[in-house]
Design a protein around this ligand. Structure first.
Ligand code: FES
Length: 357
């Protein structure tokens, strides 16, 4: 189980008596008191209410390590939940380094939408991949969000655009991967006009397609074309959280695969399956072939799907036809706000799924 961030470039290490919280970018020192006391002292907006083991608001998953538990109400933490490794942070006293994941509600990302400003730190062209990496230094407090969520960015006097966040939650620098498009308003502006230090507006986080840490079964992360930034964010959360049967697919039509070598190295280091597919058109055939070759219990599978909006209806439909539970399909269609899906079937599907529209 990894105790360090899966991306070596921003790795953190466990040393001494530390608390690792999956949703927080830095480790939290523990000196005395309850787990909740230490977390709150570090400024983490951890869910809690009674601080006395009665309400269950501070329930979380003990991913690694051991704790002593003080008395608590059985309504706040049932025997089944305790058997699954869940604890109450307000009643837990670490016996050494611990790793936890907060699980107040796996299907809700309860972060306040913020209207903020940031300054451009850097804009880099990522080789021949067809992407730019934009880094923005937030003015004010760091942004909290769930891995997989996105922000709406405003540059100059152009209409705003939505981009997945690739940085970890709670970091001071926002990182976005932006596809370079021929005559693309935003990518052209970023590449040719945006200056380091320039002030930009953002709002967020948005999106209901994000990492569900409570799921114990196998996970597939599939990205088609421009969906890779969402996939990277979810992958980092998956690796930081705990080990699962994890498979990552990247499908790219007519462009080099994004961060292909880095993903291969991560797969080798952390023991997950990674496959990159260079394919034609929307990659539907490749996705179906890959899907059919999966050797997992599909009824337990959670699939994170992102990519080209044009291909998403077909991809989602095929995923569901493979007996995937609709609750277990977490899809990010990357539609800008207020744009409606064109056909009624897609509208029906998206109303059953947890899509942001
Ligand atoms: S805060 Fe109420 S049970 Fe922990």
């Amino acid at each position: 189980m990894p105790n360090s961030h899966p991306d070596d470039s921003i790795a953190t290490t466990v040393s001494g008596h530390q608390i690792t919280l999956a949703q927080w970018p830095t480790q939290i020192p523990y000196r005395h008191g309850s787990l909740l006391d230490a977390i709150l002292s570090a400024g983490v907006p951890f869910p809690h209410a009674c601080s006395a083991g009665d309400c269950g608001q501070c329930k979380c998953k003990l991913v690694d390590g051991q704790v002593d538990m003080e008395a608590f109400s059985p309504e706040a933490l049932t025997a089944q939940e305790a058997a699954r490794g869940e604890i109450l942070a307000c009643r837990a006293y670490p016996k050494g380094p611990v790793s936890i994941s907060w699980l107040a509600d796996d299907d809700e990302a309860c972060f306040t939408i913020r209207y903020g400003q940031a300054r451009v730190q850097s804009v880099d062209v990522l080789g021949e991949t067809g992407y730019l990496r934009l880094k923005l230094q937030i003015m004010g407090a760091a942004l909290q969000f769930a891995p997989g969520q996105f922000i709406r960015l405003e540059l100059g006097d152009m209409p705003s655009r939505c981009y997945s966040l690739v940085n970890r939650p709670g970091e001071q620098v926002l990182e976005l991967l932006v596809r370079r498009r021929a005559n693309g308003l935003y990518s052209d502006y970023m590449e040719n006009k945006l200056r380091v230090g320039e002030k930009v507006n953002f709002e967020g986080p948005y999106g209901e397609a994000f990492w569900r840490g409570r799921h114990d079964g196998p996970v597939v992360i599939a990205a088609i074309g421009g969906g890779m930034s969402f996939a990277i964010s979810v992958l980092m959360a998956a690796l930081n959280d705990r080990q699962r049967e994890l498979t990552v697919w990247q499908f790219s039509a007519g462009r080099p695969l994004l961060q292909d070598e880095q993903l291969k190295k991560l797969a080798s280091k952390y023991g997950f399956v990674y496959q990159g597919f260079q394919c034609e058109a929307q990659g539907l055939d490749h996705l179906l072939t890959a899907f059919h070759s999966l050797d997992v219990d599909v009824s337990q599978l959670k699939m994170y799907l992102s990519g080209d909006p044009a291909a998403m209806p077909h991809l989602a439909k095929e995923a569901l036809s493979m007996d995937l539970d609709p609750e277990n399909l977490i899809a990010e269609p990357f539609y800008p706000s207020k744009v409606r899906f064109p056909d009624s079937w897609w509208s029906q599907l998206t109303s059953r799924l947890r899509f942001w529209r």
